[in-house]
Design a protein around this ligand. Structure first.
Ligand code: AQP
Length: 342
């Protein structure tokens, strides 16, 4: 393996913690499929080891992992062209994460806003895994020498930390072994907000199901959630600048733009001045048109769990073939003695 010559390779992951939603689709899954369709090498992972940083019922985790795999495939990821797998089947993620636990500094982790958000006021009671989460995430990417990571805006800080870990490892050992991965955060919907509060991101763990559109929602549910989405009483402004202090209006316009593959300016040119009584039904029609084929395909795929398990096992084998030599070389750089010829 020639060090410092990094072929572009895309890696990203999603937690199988239930309720795959429109934010995950527009911020991540849709972008994953676009990278695959550009012909770059792509690896996409159901990060079950991340999910268990907070409590998961075993039966729910098993179901959510298969449902997420179905969501990946229904969103356009082709197991023949992308490597699709669940993290716990490739032990090299955890092995490299331990190395990175020894590279990353406590102070770096303490600055992570996701830890602060998720641990809340009771940080002493959070799991050690939740604190160390970003080191595992760095390992997820770097165990493949991943160079590009499509993610939503909320993950930017973690990718920056992955770069810091890669740079410190390279510096400490005097090598250029790990690439510094780039976040790929593009498009109109890098941060989809809650339908109930335009200042909070749409999230799996929001207790209100009305706050998000789930990829498993049927047409009627999608339309109802959009109809009931919080808005202000004014019609849409005629230009994008007019959305600045109107978080709910901006969110619906961003969602429209991302679903229609349009820019926000193009949407404003078409829909500027419309009251929400006109814009919301248009958005609902578009969302139903784009999302119901995904939910129907997910349900169909979920009928054949054995086939999903076969796809994940096949992906894990292909992922391990890339990860194992990178981990071996990492250990070697660090001075770990390996079996002769190993
Ligand atoms: N609201 C969002 N807008 C755009 N992108 C989003 N992503 C998540 N929410 C939004 C992106 O989806 C990918 C997978 O996220 P994840 O499931 O691994 O973790 P998360 O970011 O913690 O997702 P949630 O829904 O916010 O889960 P909870 O409620 O458990 O915290 C990432 O690329 C993420 O950016």
């Amino acid at each position: 393996m020639s060090e410092a010559a990094f072929t572009p390779r895309v890696f990203s992951g999603i937690q199988p913690s239930g309720n795959l939603h429109l934010g995950n689709y527009l911020g991540a899954l849709k972008r994953f499929a676009e990278a695959q369709d550009r012909g770059v090498e792509t690896l996409y992972c159901m990060v079950d080891l991340h999910a268990v940083t907070v409590w998961q019922e075993p039966a729910d985790l098993r179901r959510a992992t298969r449902e997420l795999a179905a969501g990946f495939i229904a969103s356009g990821l082709d197991p023949a062209r992308s490597i699709l797998f669940n993290q716990s089947q490739v032990a090299e993620h955890s092995q490299l994460a331990w190395v990175f636990n020894c590279v990353a500094r406590m102070g770096w982790m303490q600055r992570m806003t996701q830890f602060k958000d998720k641990a809340g006021k009771n940080a002493q009671n959070a799991s050690l895994g939740l604190f160390a989460y970003p080191a595992l995430m760095a390992a997820d990417i770097l165990v493949y020498h991943g160079t590009h990571v499509p993610v939503g805006e909320d993950q930017k800080q973690h990718i920056e930390l992955s770069r810091d870990i890669a740079a410190k490892f390279n510096h400490d050992y005097g090598v250029e072994f790990f690439p510094l991965p780039e976040p790929v955060i593009e498009g109109a919907a890098t941060r989809v907000m809650s339908l109930r509060d335009g200042t909070r991101k749409m999230s799996k763990s929001d207790p209100s199901d009305m706050s998000r559109i789930n990829l498993t929602d049927d047409a009627e549910t999608i339309a109802r959630k959009i109809r009931k989405a919080k808005t202000d009483p004014e019609p849409l402004p005629s230009e994008a600048e007019g959305l600045e202090d109107r978080p709910e209006a901006r969110n619906l316009v961003n969602i429209y733009a991302a679903l229609a593959d349009m820019s926000v300016e193009q949407v404003m040119a078409e829909a500027g001045g419309q009251p929400f009584s006109v814009f919301k039904p248009r958005l609902a029609d578009l969302a139903v048109d784009r999302l119901t084929p995904i939910s129907i395909e997910m349900k169909r795929l979920m009928h054949d769990e054995a086939e999903i398990d076969r796809i994940l096992a096949d992906g894990a084998g292909r992922a391990r073939a890339i990860a194992a030599p990178i981990l071996r070389r990492t250990y070697d750089i660090m001075g770990m003695v390996s079996a002769p010829g190993g």
